[in-house]
Design a protein. Sequence first.
Length: 283
Amino acid sequence: MAKPEGRAASAGDAAGVTAAADAADAADTADAADTTEAADASSAPGPADAARTDGARTGRAQTGRTPTDHTQTGHTPTGHTRTDHAQARRTYSPRERMVFSAAQLIRRDGVAATGMREVAAHAQAPRGSLQHYFPGGKEQLVNEAVAWGGRYAGRRVARFMAAMDAPTPGGLFAAMVAQWREEYLTSGFAAGCPVAAATVDCAESVPSTREAVAAAFATWNVPVAEALVSMGVAPSQAPDLATVMISTLEGAILIARAEQDVRALDAAATQLGPMLDACVRRG
């Protein structure tokens, strides 16, 4: 997706996280710790700029935090405890913020239109720190943002499962779809999945990013497959079924953005859900 003409990255953008990168799970940006210094939420898996308040921008500038208060983002907490939010309010390092911001900008604008300076501005990090934290340049930063996106999506699976009284494969897929449906109805269709965006932009031209993307999808696939097994799907079938769920969701996201409508997301949940439930072994 081309970057809108004349639009500078807003530091307030980082206040918005989506359903694919919901910053309440930016507590899990602590998991950006896997790839950052100490060692480092998705997607990324945010709300439109108009929904971001000056207060959110001010709070971010003063604290260096990624705002996660759902009253600022317009999202209603689902399955988050007070502990989740307390963890989410911790202060993040410049490196963590840059990985998170890169994921948010990539999912909105794509890899080609996301520059290192824009990432630093979005994260409110010193521009001079880019070379220090990412000696491999933009390629390294993109790869770490993609990895963050895969971990973020994978962690969401446990939250979805915990929120269901009687988990079913169709219910899990409906929850995966619902987070995107909510974002698009609340905030518009500006952003997609950062992992998919990196695939489109870099799969052929940057081998290391293609490998990072493949690893991110695998990171997401594993917990989905494990959840399916826990609900009675045969272990031999679960990995392929998880791939079907993820690929269907990614396709529906793409169509939703093209049509500026959630029709494809609704159709995916309605049609695939019963097929998934039919894969549960009885007795």
